[in-house]
Design a binder for this molecule. Sequence first.
Ligand code: PBG
Length: 337
Amino acid sequence: MADKINLVDEITGHRRMRRNRKADWTRRLVRETSLSVDDLIWPIFLVPGSGIVEPVAAMPGVNRMSVDKAVEAAREAADLGIPALATFPNEAMELRDVTGSYSLSSDNLINQATRAIKAAVPGIGLITDVALDPFTSHGHDGILRDGEIVNDETVEAIARAAVIQADSGADIIAPSDMMDGRIGAIRRALDAAGHHQVGIMSYATKFASAFYGPYREAINTGGLLKGDKKTYYLDPANGTEAVRDAALDVEEGADMLMVKPGLPYLDICWRIKEAFGLPVFAYQVSGEYTQIKAAAMNGWIDGERAMLETLLCFKRAGCDGILTYFAPEVARILARG
Ligand code: PBG
């Protein structure tokens, strides 16, 4: 037998990374990021009617709610300290058409919910989407003509929809359609209507992703969608193009930027935060939520820990907050300490 070899060299010997990890109290002292209820935006689904709370099959624990129930949810969210809600409507099929014209009705579900929630729970922030997909008969985010999603006409429609949403009381307009020039157009339209205080959270970098599947079930667009959204959403392969797209939105007047989906795109979150310094939000989308829920329901992962870990990782990647279907669940856990 050879003599015992000292495998730990002198330098490693006194540089011990594990000293700071040795106890809960040291780990808490050196922790660089944290998750708080202030980081959460809760996306909710709306349906027509009253007294309705119906589960979304592909998103266990998530419901579609009629406006009266959404008001109750808003009150619950405010009590939990959640700063803001984002609303998404599942409109009746007969109200959907080729141009998504019902997006311009002040009585559509988004606008109804905005008025009702603002009246009952004035302290909670309301973020509304102006994309046309809940209102079109083909499930696309824009106006479809001769097989093409026409950009400028869509931008005009969503800028008008934005003003109607702001008239109804929306605090932040969040366009999720990825049309070119929409941020500038929405800003000009809002200002012309006197809505200087209404902000814009740009879905600046929205990727053509497979992770939106359960959402399309929630608002019933999945079955309608012809083709895909690759002519307007970003290619998941492209990071530099995403930063460039975000730069245009910053120039056009975006107050906040969003990256969507979230977890597979943490590099984009980081690059955009570094590049512009604006508040950056990640949308932990339906498919990301469902992955964690499904695995947890099968007993294959610890769902609560996985949920908290993903949300913390968004913070580490430079995000100021997260749109997440987990919001009320997380808020309850954070409150319990
Ligand atoms: C479309 C829109 C999408 C989502 C919200 N608005 C994507 C899509 O259906 O193409 C996805 C949200 C989610 O998956 O949680 N404007």
